[in-house]
Design a protein around this ligand. Sequence first.
Ligand code: ASP
Length: 500
Amino acid sequence: MTGDGKSNRLLIAILIGIVLGMLLGGLSPAAGRAVKFIGEIFIRALLMLVVPLIIATMTVGISRLGDIRRIGGIGGKTITYYLATTALSVVVGITLVNLIQPGRADTEQGRIAMRGGELLTDVAYRIYDNTLTLDTDTFQRAYDNRYMVLLQDQDDIRGVVAKSHDPFVSSLIISEWTDGEGNRVTPSDQGVSIRVDLAVAEGIKGKSRSIGTVLRDVVVGLVPRNLFAAMMNNDVLPLIIFSLIFGAVLTTLGERGRPVLIFFEGLNEAIMRIVHLLMLTAPVGIGALIAGRLGDAGGFIGFGPEFVRLGQYAATVLTGLLIHGLITLPLILFFFGKQRVWPYSVNSVAALTTAFSTASSAATLPLTMQCTTEKNKISERTASFVLPLGATINMDGTALYEAVAAIFIAQIYGIDLGSVHMVVIFLTATLAAIGAAGIPEAGLVTMVIVLQAVNLPIEGISLILVIDWFLDRCRTTVNVWGDTVGAAVVHNLEGEGDTD
Ligand code: ASP
């Protein structure tokens, strides 16, 4: 096992890797992009281990439960923990976004000319980046017209109404702003104009599914039609179900089951050894991933303005994630997991930084297992059950982000949401997080569920796209932290604290 000095050295190396990666990609985007392939090798190596790890670890873990009826106990505690912590994080998100109101824009008064010269005076409007919100009547007129000119003090600014999302939502996404001479301009009361990526929003819309369909798909998807196809697609949930049944059945076979179990125990150990080796490359892999992603975003210079423009929104999500990750989860770890927070967190750093650099809970799973069982001494029985399941269905960070993003979009469009809406957002954000796979940007796609549930325009997703790659990393880190804390809690509640 890794000694303390050795793991401290690794930790320092990872932190150095992160700083160097940030500097490289931030200062020289081209250099960042050049080392990106090293990060890709690291992710691929992690993903390579996910399938054998899940099958081996869960089969062995379940067979070690002793009495198979204990699955019910562990399962119940795990699911209760998942739901409770996800709910807590959504509450934090909803509270913050309502307090900070990052999407609120001030209402202004202006004149609007329609096609054909009709002039409306004293029209109340709000602009947030490229989204203009009008009252319902004016909106309907502009919509019918497909064209309007907003007359601001300094210039006449024309907005060609390119797209209307929903007749009930009185907002327009402006395709272009031009002055009286037809030159493209930026409306005077906004900073830099935002890139509205309708094509992407449309793509996401194509994937939209109702809550019922999502739930049904999750349940149907639990049973693989073809085990190898599930392995090929890294479909974690069906593999979990198969391994649970497989492990349980093996224990009932007596002598004939033993060689199979011994095989899987060996497989499990071998995979964990590979994880050890891989861990040694983590500083370089993580650093290269960060350098590559920052390079793609155009370095500090390219990413900076995006961050500033959506700064209040990003700050709201990040504050929520920090509250959940640094206050709520540590309290739960201390009181329900009976662990000392600092050493437990330090031992989890390799998993957390990998989560940040890969933006994938599933890819991080091998390291989460390693940190939790070997460094934090959580029993394999518990970890092998709680962690794989958590990597796919326990996503506190994602749930929080989905709620904040949906309400932020409503604020931008000037749509007032009442308390019933908040409850619906609370429920659907939790569901959408459960339905999101542990892969990058999965939460962005399942957010459609939340938006549809409260009738918000799906195009609103375009507004938050530019910064999502960054928030994805942060929420994935909290997702993995939530799983790790969950392992400690279930371990303790199962009374395993003294035995291992
Ligand atoms: N990338 C996240 C994860 O793997 C899911 C999301 O997009 O929120 O945990």
